[in-house]
Design a protein around this ligand. Structure first.
Ligand SMILES: Cc1ncc(COP(=O)(O)O)c(C=O)c1O
Length: 340
């Protein structure tokens, strides 16, 4: 199977497996795991933040950020197709007691003036706007790199209004590699950031949240409350350190493979392939008379896996376990099935 359902499906590399075996460990709830400490310090340095915290997943990182920034009854602004809104089981409402308010973006990019207009005035009837959440790259929009200028404008507005900004940077490494803009420059436009080590970077487990030291201290407590205080976590932090320090540059290969796949299938009549910016390819299949599900069933018979991304849209994600040769095989199979 050529598995392009997500970049989360990769298996740990040999170096990661070795790190799991060899990393020094301690009780991380006592802050005594040297490998976790090393990972957190490295991540904070790379993101240009005072401190960082190792968390189990991107979802947990986002939840902890919202819980730490907000009070129950707050409103949180985010793009209408943000992962936090669509794919996290309404957990910010369930756990933090906040209400999301969405702003429809253009391919995931919000108009800063619409963000400004959505900030609540001081009025007894209204919730207080407690947080603005950004996402880069934007998953549902198809791995779109949100321009740094857009983030700067939104952050300037947030500063004027004294509202914190959190970045869901599950794939911020992809944004940085694709744009050539350093990670820190993106992170500078936010108060806190969450990055995933288990997506394109291939770690088996883990995300980082980074921000001011006093924020991370409170976040650590929220992580404990959520049951995310781990003990000898160096076992997973070791592979995560390999991901953070050895796997970033190779994301350019995933991006090249995504462009190669898109180019290879874009002339098939009945398929509409969206522009590729990073490691995701969105393909609309209704022109072939297919639904996403019927198209994916046929693809599976051809040995190719992707996921539905709407009733008539599918998403492919290139990843470490899919080689350029696999891409060429996938293109050949799709072209011979659907062309002419
Ligand atoms: C943008 C974004 N944020 C957060 C997450 C959640 O990450 P996790 O699956 O580690 O909980 C994902 C997962 O795909 C994502 O794409």
């Amino acid at each position: 199977m050529i598995d392009m359902r997500s970049d989360t499906v990769t298996k740990p590399t040999l170096a990661m497996r070795q790190a799991a075996l060899e990393s020094e460990v301690g009780d991380d709830v006592y802050e005594e795991d040297p490998t976790v400490i090393k990972l957190e310090e490295k991540a904070a340095e790379m993101l240009g933040k005072e401190a960082a915290l190792f968390v189990t997943s991107g979802t947990q990182g986002n939840q902890i950020a919202v819980l730490t920034h907000c009070q129950p009854g707050n409103e949180v602004l985010m793009e209408a197709n943000a992962h936090l809104f669509v794919y996290e089981g309404a957990s910010i409402s369930a756990f933090a007691g906040v209400q999301p308010r969405t702003i429809q973006g253009e391919r995931g990019v919000m108009d800063p003036e619409e963000v400004r207009a959505a900030i609540r005035p001081d009025d007894i009837h209204f919730p207080e706007t407690g947080l603005i959440c950004l996402e880069n790259t934007h998953n549902k929009a198809g791995g779109v790199v949100v321009p740094i200028e857009n983030m700067k404008k939104i952050y300037a507005i947030a500063k004027e209004e004294q509202i914190p900004v959190h970045l869901d940077g599950a794939r911020l490494f992809n944004a940085s590699v694709a744009s050539g803009i350093p990670l820190k420059t993106y992170a500078d436009q936010t108060d806190t950031v969450q990055v995933c080590l288990s997506k394109g970077l291939g770690a088996p487990v883990g995300s980082i949240i980074a921000g001011p030291a006093d924020f991370i201290k409170k976040a650590r407590k929220w992580r404990k409350r959520l049951g995310g205080g781990l003990r000898q976590a160096g076992i997973v932090a070791g592979p995560a350190y390999v991901a953070l320090t050895e796997m970033v540059d190779r994301l350019k290969d995933d991006h090249a493979n995504a462009t190669r796949l898109a180019r290879g299938i874009k002339d098939i009549e009945g398929l509409r392939v969206e522009d590729v910016e990073t490691n995701m390819i969105l393909v609309h299949v209704d022109g072939l008379g297919h639904t996403a599900h019927s198209f994916l069933e046929e693809l599976k018979e051809e040995g190719i896996l992707a996921v539905p991304y709407g009733p008539k849209t599918v998403r492919f994600v290139t990843n470490y376990d899919v080689s350029t040769k696999d891409i060429d095989v996938a293109v050949d199979r799709i072209v011979s099935k659907y062309k002419g």
